[in-house]
Design a protein around this ligand. Structure first.
Ligand code: BMA
Length: 317
């Protein structure tokens, strides 16, 4: 039984990928991963920071059982080669994957002096990738695509920064989730505010992952950030968006579904962090798997009962 009331259970073999497991190292960090099913296997896009290389790269890791992964040696994503994009693409991490039809779209942040923007790329085979465009202005943290059009438009959630004065005059970097629409995945508009922090565990920032279609609504796993005088803590939450009008929250858990409570989540490059770039639902088995970065150092797996999570959202637990 977890010390906290979490909806997700940690896999007993956690962490399932650590820097020591990276066969092409030495690696200091193997963390926050995109996740999807591909050709019947679980596929992770794993961000790796090598000890002897200045910037991260993203490797493909695949698994038959969802727990033991083979990591491909050749990185799948490294910095974009050509200017003007190369100098904006200094830190390839946090890939979000959405399958639309037979194409897998990947959105990841570009961090540079110019600010944090988002690159959209696509692939059909996870061997070659094609750059589509920059799809957000600074500062916008990794838009997440819905897996199909709604009402004739592509839809996304994103997290523009909001530098708001707080009581007492302190400027604070807050982050809220917005929703927007596009005819072609490149031009985005009809921006609407969706959700800000709403509880002690997420009042500083909330940020999205790609929504998952269920019968009850779009299941959205998001991260929530809180701060106290000495630490920042990242947890995961869940909500449901209306299937026909995803700008409407149909249900939301008041509590987190996962929060740091193990040594490997408390200690690492950034302590006190569980961070997900997505989740994988098995709609037949009614299970949800979340591959998450622990303390910005390792990858772990937490699993839950899909119907329980949906009920938790609808009941506002
Ligand atoms: C966020 C992202 C994540 C990271 C998290 C905690 O802003 O940069 O990559 O896991 O912070 O450090």
């Amino acid at each position: 039984m977890s010390a906290y009331c979490s909806m997700l259970e940690r896999h007993p073999e956690n962490p399932i990928l650590s820097p020591e497991d990276f066969p092409y190292g030495p690696a200091d960090v193997v963390f926050n991963c995109g996740q999807t099913m591909f050709e019947g296997k679980t596929l992770l896009l794993v961000a790796v920071i090598l000890r002897n290389h200045p910037t991260p790269r993203i490797h493909v890791a695949t698994s038959e059982d969802g727990v033991h992964f083979d990591i491909r040696e050749e990185p799948f994503i490294t910095r974009l080669e050509e200017e003007p994009f190369h100098s904006l693409d200094t830190w390839p991490i946090d890939p979000r994957v959405t399958r639309i039809g037979d194409t897998y779209y990947i959105i990841r942040p570009g961090n540079s002096q110019a600010g944090c923007i988002a690159f959209l790329e696509k692939t059909t085979d996870f061997v070659t990738r094609e750059f589509v465009d920059i799809v957000s202005l600074p500062s916008n943290r990794v838009p997440c695509l819905f897996p199909e059009q709604v009402g004739g438009s592509y839809v996304r959630l994103d997290r523009p920064y909001n530098h708001s004065p707080q009581p007492g005059g302190v400027r604070h970097e807050l982050g809220n989730i917005w929703i927007s629409y596009s005819p072609d995945l490149v031009h985005w508009g009809r921006h609407r505010f969706l959700m800000g922090g709403f509880s002690h565990w997420n009042w500083v920032k909330v940020g999205p992952t790609p929504p998952i279609k269920t019968e009850a609504g779009w299941l959205e796993i998001f991260h929530g950030v809180t701060e106290n005088c000495s630490t920042t803590r990242y947890s995961l939450g869940a909500m449901l968006l209306d299937l026909d009008d995803p700008s409407r929250i149909a249900g939301r858990m008041e509590s987190y579904i996962l929060t740091p409570e193990t040594d490997y989540e408390w200690m690492g490059r950034v302590p006190d962090v569980v961070f997900a770039c997505g989740a994988i639902a098995d709609l037949e088995e009614r299970r949800l798997r979340v591959y998450y970065g622990a303390a910005d150092t390792r990858i772990c797996l937490a699993e839950g009962d899909l119907d329980e999570i949906i009920r938790g959202c609808l009941e506002g637990r």
